[in-house]
Design a protein around this ligand. Structure first.
Ligand code: DX5
Ligand code: ZN
Length: 223
């Protein structure tokens, strides 16, 4: 795979101190975070409610990190483009929620963002290979979406391997991202399966030094 990307999820950060929490993964030691992962939940697609476009707009103004919006919402066909227009680097929608994922990818790209497609742990990859030709990112969920701090579901690595093979043979051109339960114990298996971008919430923000936690994760996958 290409360059390793580490994407801390602010879901596990202190929401009253978001700017400080974002700054805490940017800095020394090391390169810091590559993307900032922002989990948008609507209490309908998932049984949890987090934040929406106004907070994302404020975050975009507060950081120069590429913002990676993970929309765990119903009707992304209606809402996702706003996150792209706001200046997000990558906007990921769930295939289980999108009515017309091909049109949505085109709209996201036209609005200036990379387009991401997420699949829940129980959602197969095969039916969406043609759809994924329109996307820049595949987000493989390795927990049921909705909450941080859950246990890694290793079975999803079969889908990562399939996606990796499709990318390596030129059938798809995607960043393969994994989200859920990534920590220093699990990241190596995910990297071996072919993940490019690793989301980590609790493994980063429960740590005493979030920037150091980012580098600890990176050191497990980069020789
Ligand atoms: C869960 C979110 C994740 C979450 C991961 O639905 O999509 O991004 O923050 O948290 P950890 O890394 O603690 O599993
Ligand atoms: Zn996420």
């Amino acid at each position: 795979s290409n360059q390793t990307l580490i994407a801390p999820s602010i879901l596990s950060a202190d929401f009253a101190r978001l700017a400080d929490e974002v700054a805490a993964v940017k800095g020394l030691p090391g390169r810091g975070a590559d993307w900032l992962h922002v989990d948008v939940m609507d209490a309908h697609f998932v049984p949890n409610l987090t934040l929406g476009l106004p907070v994302v707009q404020s975050l975009l103004a507060a950081t120069d990190l590429p913002v990676d919006c993970h929309l765990m919402i119903e009707n992304p066909d209606r809402w996702a483009v706003g996150y792209a227009e706001a200046g997000s680097y990558n906007v990921t929608v769930h295939v289980e929620a999108a009515d017309d994922p091909v049109m949505l990818a085109k709209d996201l790209r036209a609005a200036g963002a990379r387009a991401g497609l997420a699949i829940k742990p129980g959602t197969p990859l095969e039916p969406y290979v043609e759809v994924l030709k329109h996307y820049d990112t595949l987000l493989v969920m390795s927990v049921e979406p909705g909450f941080g701090g859950q246990e890694f579901i290793g079975e999803v690595l079969d889908k990562v391997r399939k996606a990796r093979a499709l990318v390596d043979t030129g059938h798809l051109n995607l960043v393969v991202e994994i989200d859920g339960g990534i920590n220093t114990d699990t990241i190596g298996r995910a990297a071996e399966a072919g993940v490019d971008c690793f989301v980590a919430g609790s493994a980063v923000y429960a740590a005493e030094d979030p920037a150091q936690a980012v580098e600890r994760l990176r050191s497990r996958v980069e020789a």
